[in-house]
Structure formats: structure tokens, C-alpha cells
Design a protein. Structure first.
Length: 372
């Protein structure tokens, strides 16, 4: 079997899509199957620094612009290479010459349209509608996301598989002095701090976290700062003004984008990790934090209960008081922190890219068998 992967998101900064490909490709490498894989890239961009086994290769394709790459260069290459099954994320190009599997991470644009630009919302909606009609199989990254695709788009549940993402090996406990050196030298941070990680955009719900943090600082002698790691997305350029309005001043640190390899140290040095998002298709940051032994607080909606289980404190994401109370508990209750440390490490072991790869390969095989 020859599998073709649209690997363009590997050619840039780490995002959720690129993390998914890297984790899946790593798992497929360790799976040791005899099948061959071609990872198609944009020829105008650099090749990702990934070591591939003999049965995997990169192939660069050229096109004047991205849409032509998808609509013409990619399908033509699949046809020429006689690929048996293609794998993409979200968008299935038209005129595909082989059965196509697509991974859909979430459909937050459908539940919360106000969180997206109208153009982005329209394109994402069109992609999922097209996938429902044309995908040989859809992979959802959680049971919640599968249920959403079936409920909101009328997809056939038998053609949608829930396959969890995994956590990269770099996310693990590390000696505290090492973590402190990295956060101090590279990011000029000092402990103690509360951490949150994610693109600064409306559905991440940072304003309510800020309100809860302000309540915590007002009610207790709490030396912690709040560190927000992530680049600015759409419609959240006013976050700094909100920090000022709440009187938090230097108590909140906005780091901007942070290299992927620095995240384990940031997690390990944090006393508490908070993920206030109101909607996630999976939610990698809480899983990464638990793998690093950092106690976790999240919202209690969407897929997050599947990821966190009973290994973290879950609150109503629309309740700033709940965030304040949960942060206070974890900061000042050492026994609870120790319990969450142990539970989190155990929960993180349940999510493996090797399992993701094995289940995804079974989807490839099932698609090919149904074609024959």
C-alpha cells in the first residue's frame, strides 16, 4: 500500500496541524509496517527537519499559489505516483485520483461562529461539508468531535473514527534547576507563576482567566504571576488593555510565540497550568502539562473531560469565580497538588502517538480493502 500525505503544515512553525503530522509520522515510523509513504511538500518552502525511514520520503511539488497546489499539483502527483490512499487535514482537494482520509480536529467555527472571521468560517464549513460527501473516511481526534461532525453535518457515524492524539516524548518531568535555567535565560521568567498556552483568540477565553486571576490576587497574598504563552490571533489585540483595566500591570506576562522545544521547561517550572478554552476538539496543552507533572485546571466542556478525566480540576469556563477558586486550591493546598501531580502523570500515559498511528493505519487498510 502506498499512502500519500499532504505535509505542507510541516513546513513552518509548530501548530496543532504540524504537531499532529509529526506525531503521526513518528508513530507510523515505529509501527514498522511494510507500506510506503510519500509526504508531499510545497516546493517553495524549506524541507522539515524530520528523519524518515526507508519506506518514507518527501516529494516537493511546485505551484504558483497554494490553492493551485491543492487543486492541481497534489492530485496530479498522487495520480502519477499511483498512490492507493491519501491523507489530508480538513480540506480534500477536488478531483482526487484515490480514496482520501481526512482528519478534522474540531468544528468550533460551527458552534461559535462569532469567534471566526466570516471568510475563515465559510471556508472551514465548506471543507467539512465536502469531506462529508467525498472522504473515504473521516478521522476525528476525540469522541466529542466525532459526535459533533455526526450531529451538525449529518455524517454517517460508520465513516467517522475517533482516534485520540498523543503526547510527544519531550513532554516529561525534568530537574527543576534545568527548567529554571531555560525559562530564565531564554524567556527572562521567574518563579512562581501560573501558566497557560495557546493562540490568543476568542475561544481560548483568556479574559475570564484574567478576571479570575485578578480575584485571586485581590483575595490572597499570592506571589504568582500569570504567564500567557502564544501568538496573537484574530480579535484579541485588546488583551493588554484588559490586563491594564483589571489593575494587573506587571502581574501578567505575555511571551508571544515560544519555540516548541522550550515548552517542557515552561510547563515544568509552572506551579499550575490553566486552560480556560470554551471549545476544543482535543486539547493538547493540558495533556502536555500533565505529562510534565504540572497540576491542571480546564473548562468542563467539549473534549476536555475526555483528555483530562479526573486528573485535573474542571470548572465552568464561563465562571471567573470558579477559575479563581480552583487556582487558589492548587496553589495553597500541597496535598491536592501532590495528588494532581500523580494523577496527571498517569492520565498522560493513556495517550500515545503509537496508538494513534496503529489505529490510523487500520483506517488506511480498511479504506483500501473496501475499494477492492
Amino acid at each position: 500500500m502506498l499512502i500519500g500525505i499532504d505535509g505542507r503544515t510541516l513546513q513552518g512553525r509548530f501548530t496543532g496541524d504540524s504537531t499532529y503530522w509529526r506525531g503521526l509520522i513518528g508513530g507510523l515510523t515505529r509501527l514498522g509496517v511494510d507500506d510506503r509513504f510519500i509526504i508531499y511538500l510545497d516546493g517553495s518552502r524549506g524541507k522539515p527537519e524530520i528523519d524518515l525511514p526507508e519506506n518514507m520520503s518527501f516529494r516537493a511539488l511546485n505551484a504558483p499559489w497554494g490553492r493551485l497546489w491543492s487543486a492541481w499539483s497534489f492530485p496530479c502527483a498522487l495520480r502519477k505516483d499511483k498512490v492507493d490512499v491519501a491523507h489530508v487535514q480538513y480540506n480534500i482537494p477536488p478531483n482526487m485520483p484515490c480514496p482520501t482520509v481526512t482528519t478534522i480536529h474540531d468544528i468550533s467555527f460551527k458552534r461559535y461562529p462569532e469567534f471566526f472571521k466570516p471568510k475563515d468560517r465559510m471556508l472551514l464549513d465548506r471543507s467539512v461539508r465536502f469531506a462529508k460527501e467525498n472522504a473515504a473516511h473521516i478521522i476525528a481526534v476525540s469522541q466529542f468531535t466525532k459526535q459533533e461532525i455526526v450531529a451538525l453535518y449529518g455524517a454517517n457515524a460508520d465513516r467517522v473514527s475517533a482516534i485520540y492524539e498523543g503526547v510527544d516524548d519531550q513532554f516529561c518531568t525534568m530537574p527543576q534547576p534545568e527548567a529554571l535555567d531555560i525559562i530564565s535565560e531564554r524567556h527572562h521568567l521567574q518563579v512562581p507563576y501560573i501558566l497557560t498556552v495557546g493562540v490568543i483568540q476568542p475561544r481560548k477565553n483568556y479574559p475570564r482567566l484574567l478576571e479570575g486571576f485578578a480575584q485571586l490576587k485581590a483575595s490572597r497574598q499570592c506571589p504568582h504571576k500569570l504567564v500567557i504563552v502564544g501568538k496573537y490571533g484574530w480579535k484579541e489585540s485588546s488583551l493588554e488593555s484588559r490586563v491594564k483595566d483589571l489593575g494587573l500591570g506587571d502581574e501578567v506576562v505575555l511571551t508571544g510565540f515560544v519555540p516548541y522545544e522550550d515548552l517542557p521547561a515552561l510547563y515544568n517550572a509552572a506551579d499550575v497550568f490553566v486552560y480556560p478554552s470554551v471549545y476544543e476538539g482535543f486539547g493538547l496543552p493540558p495533556l502536555e502539562a500533565m505529562a510534565c507533572g504540572t497540576p491542571v485546571i480546564t473548562g468542563n466542556q467539549a473534549s476536555l473531560p475526555e483528555v483530562v478525566g479526573d486528573a485535573g480540576l474542571m470548572v465552568d469556563p464561563f465562571d471567573a469565580d470558579a477559575f479563581a477558586h480552583a487556582m487558589e486550591r492548587l496553589i495553597f493546598d500541597r496535598l491536592l497538588r501532590a495528588e494532581m501531580f500523580a494523577l496527571g502523570l498517569n492520565q498522560a500515559t493513556k495517550f500515545s502517538w503509537d496508538d494513534t498511528a496503529e489505529q490510523t493505519h487500520a483506517v488506511y487498510r480498511g479504506v483500501l480493502n473496501s475499494k477492492q
